[in-house]
Design a protein around this ligand. Sequence first.
Ligand SMILES: [Fe+2]
Length: 167
Amino acid sequence: MHEQAVSTKRPITPALVGFLRGRFRLRWRGIHGAGHWVRVRANGLRLAPMTNANTTVVELFAVLHDLCREDDGFDLEHGARAADLVHEVCDELLGIGREQAELLAFACRHHTHGGIDADVTVQTCWDADRLDLGRVGIRPDPRLLCTAAARRSDVIDWAYGRGLRSR
Ligand SMILES: [Fe+2]
């Protein structure tokens, strides 16, 4: 069993935001930029009470999973780069322990591979990302979502609408 699902500590600190701004190579307002991260975070935090995911991991995944992209296309290695980064900065910058770092790194490394089976926190991270396809005009397909919470039509409608309005 991993750390308690609900943390009182806010994982996205001003220091982390400064780091994100310095590290991100693409357009801040692009399809993989800050607006996407904000919606992935909101999606994840909506799912977490239903899935019992670790919210610290979910929030950190939102801002880190696309951080190391070098383009807005396939860039198949960006998840692996994000996972390596998690291990580099987990202690000092992210303030998380080994167990959370492992979950976060796994979620980042494999988020582009279309997987469905994983720890429920990882599944919640992947669903939070996939629920934001409205930003590129795609309605999330429930068959490609991992959790029953994300497959709910009210959740898909809500997330899809937020993504669509961001265009
Ligand atoms: Fe993403």
